[in-house]
Design a protein around this ligand. Structure first.
Ligand SMILES: Cc1cc2nc3c(=O)[nH]c(=O)nc-3n(C[C@H](O)[C@H](O)[C@H](O)COP(=O)(O)OP(=O)(O)OC[C@H]3O[C@@H](n4cnc5c(N)ncnc54)[C@H](O)[C@@H]3O)c2cc1C
Length: 412
């Protein structure tokens, strides 16, 4: 009998399963699909050492009005979804107030600080180092003023959180990215982050290491989780699987299961899309780029240049509506010489988001043998291995490498 079942084989669940297996636990990792086929499949692939400031809800009236018009590229919403989203979005706004936001920054940056080392440790063992490209990413600015404002924030990130960057003027930017079709005043190059050339391959590599270490992967439906004697039971295609301990790491679907156990934290989804493109002629994009206010990213990946969109707010069961991609594509084509689309249809994923901008990581209150690890929002790829280590250290009764209090489930 496995000692531990991990529900969800996204980057978070795979990393947890791997950390526990490396420590000698008998672990079964259960998903209804293969490892890394959920949101972890199609993200922008950044291990974001620079992301010490989580995304706040906009507080300036001009920003709120802009998003409310529902015509921007960076954020869109389905009007019909608003009644269901009103409560979590109001709480998101509440937690984005400067003093509360400072608390979120402190707790979020504590997790971010070790993300590169945590990934590299697993990637080395998994033989996947080559997927972690140490090239950082660049944000470009249209005017000197906008660049200087961003540099003030970058200086704080460096001073308070050890984030590294270089500044490029107009000419240095053109030299760094010869394929750029536009001129910009300059750019900030975040030099620490890894750019993953294939995020799905990274989850699969970690999952392969897990099975090489005699971990078990099974196909099953997490909503079948139920108490069984002193432990838990989940139905898989190989029959029922029992364990003493279960960890719910189902990303945006986590509350489908927690609500069956009476726990309904205000988890909500920020959907995002991607599409791959070829490049015209010999043009090459050197590293991931974002144009100041566009909200989308362009990332050179194995399959082509991946365009990933910002946030879409929709009902969980609403069919994909990739309007942001349609809006972003012509803007992207004006930035770099993109060729034809590579994919037949846009891919869609859902960022599992908590209103206080912090994931839920820890022991489930009032449920012996149950743990939670979800809600990593924009930085789930970044924080998968960090979360795996934190959960493993807590489960083994060790003093964790970071104070887990801010992420505790009972805050909701
Ligand atoms: C466009 C976009 C760009 C992004 N860019 C970045 C980035 O550059 N860097 C970064 O750090 N993060 C990024 N993110 C966020 C990141 O992708 C997510 O935070 C992360 O993938 C969440 O991982 P997870 O393991 O929690 O969830 P998932 O990867 O979604 O895994 C959850 C798993 O649960 C399974 N599951 C669900 N329901 C059931 C069920 N009933 N039974 C069994 N299994 C079930 C699913 O099949 C899935 O495999 C981006 C997200 C998007 C959408």
């Amino acid at each position: 009998m496995p000692e531990v079942i991990v529900l969800g084989a996204g980057i978070v669940g795979v990393s947890i399963a791997l950390h526990l297996r490396r420590r000698g636990h008998h672990v079964t990792l259960i998903d209804r699909k293969g490892p890394g086929e959920g949101t972890s499949f199609g993200n922008a692939g950044l291990i974001q050492r620079e992301a010490v400031f989580p995304y706040p809800f906009p507080r300036a009236l001009s920003d709120i009005t802009r998003v409310a018009r529902n015509r921007s590229i960076d954020a869109v919403y389905h009007p019909l979804a608003l009644p269901g989203l009103a409560s979590p979005l109001l709480r998101y706004w509440y937690h984005s107030e400067p003093e509360r936001y400072a608390h979120a920054v402190a707790a979020h940056s504590a997790l971010i600080a070790t993300c590169l080392a945590e990934h590299m440790a697993l990637a080395r063992e998994a033989g996947a180092e080559h997927l972690l490209r140490p090239i950082g990413w660049m944000r470009m600015f249209p005017t000197q003023e906008s660049l200087e404002t961003a540099l003030e924030q970058a200086a704080i990130a460096h001073r308070d959180h050890g984030v590294n960057y270089t500044t490029l003027d107009c000419r240095a930017l053109a030299d760094a990215e010869p394929a750029l079709l536009v001129e910009r005043a300059g750019a900030i190059h975040w030099t620490d982050p890894y750019s993953v050339s294939d995020p799905h391959a990274l989850s699969v590599a970690y999952a392969n290491l897990f099975t090489r270490l005699s971990g078990t992967i099974a196909i099953g439906d997490a909503t079948t989780l139920k108490r069984h004697g002193a432990g838990w039971q989940v139905q898989t295609t190989d029959g029922p699987t029992d364990s003493a301990t279960v960890i719910i790491a189902l990303g945006a679907a986590s509350t489908h299961v927690t609500k069956l156990l009476g726990y309904t934290p205000p988890l909500f989804g920020k959907r995002g899309y991607h599409m791959h493109y070829g490049m015209q002629g010999n043009a090459v994009l050197q590293r991931p780029i974002q144009d100041y206010d566009s909200g989308f990213m362009l990332i050179p990946m194995r399959r082509g240049v991946r365009l990933t969109t910002g946030a879409e707010f929709a009902r969980p069961d609403a069919p994909p509506t990739p309007v942001q991609l349609e809006r972003a594509e012509p803007v992207a084509r004006a930035l770099i010489p993109l060729a034809e689309r590579v994919d037949d249809t846009p891919w869609m994923g859902v960022r599992p988001t908590m209103p206080d901008m912090l994931p839920i990581i820890g022991r489930a209150p009032g449920q012996p043998g149950l743990w939670y690890a979800f809600g990593h929002a924009h930085q789930g790829l970044t924080l998968g291995p960090t979360t795996g280590r934190l959960i493993a250290e807590m489960m083994d009764g060790e003093t964790p490498f970071v104070d887990p209090t801010p992420y505790r489930p009972e805050r909701f």
